[in-house]
Structures are given as structure tokens and as C-alpha cells.
Write a protein that binds this ligand. Structure first.
Ligand SMILES: Cc1cc2nc3c(=O)[nH]c(=O)nc-3n(C[C@H](O)[C@H](O)[C@H](O)COP(=O)(O)OP(=O)(O)OC[C@H]3O[C@@H](n4cnc5c(N)ncnc54)[C@H](O)[C@@H]3O)c2cc1C
Ligand code: FES
Length: 285
């Protein structure tokens, strides 16, 4: 089974390490690695072949190495599927589909960019930062989390960006507060043209609003609940305004997970707004 460039393979677990509050998983996936771009995700089958957990779990791809034939993800234990994955061992196999989704779009000219991430949302940002700098773009990165243990990749960020600012809600590392504090300063000082963001929905909504006020373009990788991951089930839809100004319920697994920040109706995520194309009319049949 494939979706676009995606392949489905039984992938060997090469490493599984604890990093702060997260797990760093390295998978052998030579068939998939070369096609990965920042913003792509992988859908992992959990629980083993006999498992009643039928739905795959989605994870942003942190790194892909075409020469080594590996892809890596960083995950937090959330519920039963990620609990199972955290107990896997080197040499075990998991069935994966990758790369999935539409990745971040890179600017064609060397413009100043801000990369903003919450928690494990930093995973796709390092390779994105490297690719932007290779094109001559200035890269200011802001990494935020609730606590120090939930920040991922601060040292790596310093190698992938011109500046790195960290925030924690509890003040245990970096500035106390939210990513929007430093982002506001960066937007004011650096004439930022594009803001790239990955993290929780509330953060993405706030980042997209700040970018819009500053006249910057934004691209946000959303994390909407997914079931099939390949565009069939409509579990992952969210209201997005099209080029024609019409709102449609759009599948984040195939049309996303990266969306232009000014096109997502953030306040209406989780609902079907009445003015959405094809929405049921009140009193209709
Ligand atoms: C595009 C994308 C990228 C993601 N990247 C990462 C990542 O890099 N690292 C990471 O730790 N997590 C990531 N997630 C969230 C991750 O998919 C969920 O934490 C995981 O599915 C939870 O599975 P579970 O069995 O542990 O939890 P359960 O709550 O038992 O999951 C049951 C089902 O609910 C859905 N679900 C539950 N929580 C979420 C959630 N927060 N987002 C989406 N679906 C959810 C899933 O479809 C799952 O099949 C990403 C999600 C998406 C959609
Ligand atoms: S998860 Fe099934 S359509 Fe997106």
C-alpha cells in the first residue's frame, strides 16, 4: 500500500533512547528515507501483529538519513500505543508507512525566517533550519515547553539556527513564559518574512496570529487526531479557507499537516462551521 511517495514496510528498530521526557526512536527504512522532507510524518502500527489497536500512530519525522537508510522520531508517552512503543527493543520490527503528508514549503529567495516549536514539535525544525540556511536564509529559532525536560534538541538547535531562544512555562530553563514572547521581539527586530511552527494547536493559533499582525507569512504543522493517515477516513479534518475564500473541511493527513497559518480557522477547529462548503444546513435533511 502506498500514498504518494509513501511506502509501507516492516521496519527494524535500530535504537530507542530516553531523552528528557521523550523517547528517540531510530528505524531502518531505506525505502522511505530518501523521500523525506521536513514536515513529513510516519504512521506506525503499534501493539504487534495481533493487537486490537488497529489505528496507526502518527509522528513527525525528526531526521532521515538516505545513506544510512534510517528515519528517526521523537515521541512522548501519551496513551496505550505510545506506552507499547516505549517498551519496544532493538531488533524488534514495527510496520510503518512513510513519508506521509505535505512538508513545509521553502522560500525561493534568502529571506529571514523564524522557526517556532512547542515540546517535541521541535523535531522537524532542525533539518528545516539547516535547509533554510543552506539557501542563505537567516534562521531565528524559538523552542518552548512546559518544563526543561519537555524541551527537545536545544543543543542541536544551536547548530541549525543563527539564534536560539528557549522558554519554559515554569521558568526551569530559558525565559519564563510562552514562545510568543520571544517571537514577538524577533518579528519586530528581524523583518521576518516566514514563520514556521510545529506544536500544540493553541500555540499554532497564537503564532499564526502574531505572524499575520507583523505581515509575515506562516506555515503551521498541525497535530489533528488521525485514524487512517492516508486520506480515506476524514477523521483528521479541520476548517481551512481556500484560494476562493470558501471554507472547506480539509484532511490534515494528506492536504497537511502543514497549512498556511492565515488559512486555518483556528477558533473553529474541532467543529464544522455553518458556512463551510457542504455543511449541513440547520433544519435541512
Ligand atoms: C501529524 C502528526 C505528527 C505527530 N508528531 C508527533 C511526534 O513527533 N511526537 C509525539 O510524541 N507525538 C506526535 N503526534 C501525536 C501522536 O500521534 C499521539 O500522541 C499518539 O497517536 C497517541 O497514541 P497513544 O496510543 O499513545 O494514545 P491514545 O490516546 O490511546 O491514542 C488513541 C488514538 O487517538 C489519536 N490521538 C490521541 N492523541 C493524539 C494527538 N495528540 N494527536 C493526534 N492523534 C491523537 C490517535 O489517532 C490514536 O490512534 C503527532 C500527531 C500527528 C497527527
Ligand atoms: S486520518 Fe484518515 S483521512 Fe486523514
Amino acid at each position: 500500500m502506498t500514498a504518494g511517495d509513501a511506502v509501507q514496510v516492516d521496519s527494524e528498530i535500530l535504537a530507542l533512547d530516553r531523552v528528557g521526557d521523550y523517547f528517540h526512536l531510530t528505524l531502518a527504512a531505506p525505502e522511505a528515507a530518501a523521500a523525506v522532507r521536513p514536515g513529513h510524518f510516519v504512521a506506525v502500527a503499534v501493539g504487534g501483529p495481533e493487537s486490537p489497536m488497529l489505528l496507526r500512530r502518527a509522528f513527525s519525522i525528526y531526521r532521515a538519513d538516505a545513506r544510512a537508510g534510517t528515519i528517526e522520531v521523537v515521541f512522548a508517552v501519551h496513551g496505550r500505543g505510545t506506552e507499547w512503543l516505549a517498551t519496544a527493543r532493538r531488533g524488534d520490527h514495527v510496520n510503518i508507512v512513510a513519508p506521509l503528508g505535505k512538508p513545509f514549503v521553502l522560500p525561493t529567495s534568502p529571506v529571514p525566517c523564524a522557526l517556532v516549536a512547542g515540546g517535541y514539535g521541535s523535531a522537524p525544525m532542525f533539518e528545516l533550519g539547516r535547509r533554510l540556511r543552506a539557501r542563505g536564509c537567516r534562521v531565528d529559532m524559538v523552542l518552548g515547553a512546559a518544563t526543561e525536560a519537555r524541551l527537545f534538541g536545544v543543543l542541536e538547535a544551536r547548530r541549525a539556527a543563527d539564534t536560539v531562544t528557549t522558554t519554559t512555562v515554569d521558568g526551569s530553563f530559558g525565559e519564563k513564559g510562552l514562545v510568543t514572547g520571544p517571537l514577538g521581539r524577533i518579528l519586530a527586530e528581524q523583518n521576518t518574512a516566514v514563520v514556521y511552527a510545529c506544536g500544540p494547536m493553541g500555540m499554532l493559533a497564537a503564532v499564526a496570529a502574531l505572524a499575520g499582525e507583523a505581515g509575515a507569512h506562516s506555515q503551521c504543522a498541525v497535530e489533528e487526531s488521525m485514524a487512517c493517515g492516508i486520506g480515506v477516513c476524514m477523521t483528521c479534518v479541520l476548517p481551512v479557507i481556500g484560494d476562493d475564500g470558501v471554507t472547506r473541511m480539509v484532511r490534515s493527513c494528506v492536504e497537511g499537516p502543514v497549512f498556511f497559518g492565515d488559512r486555518v480557522r483556528w477558533a473553529d477547529v474541532g467543529t464544522v462551521p455553518p458556512d463551510t462548503f457542504g455543511a449541513p444546513k440547520p433544519g435541512g435533511h
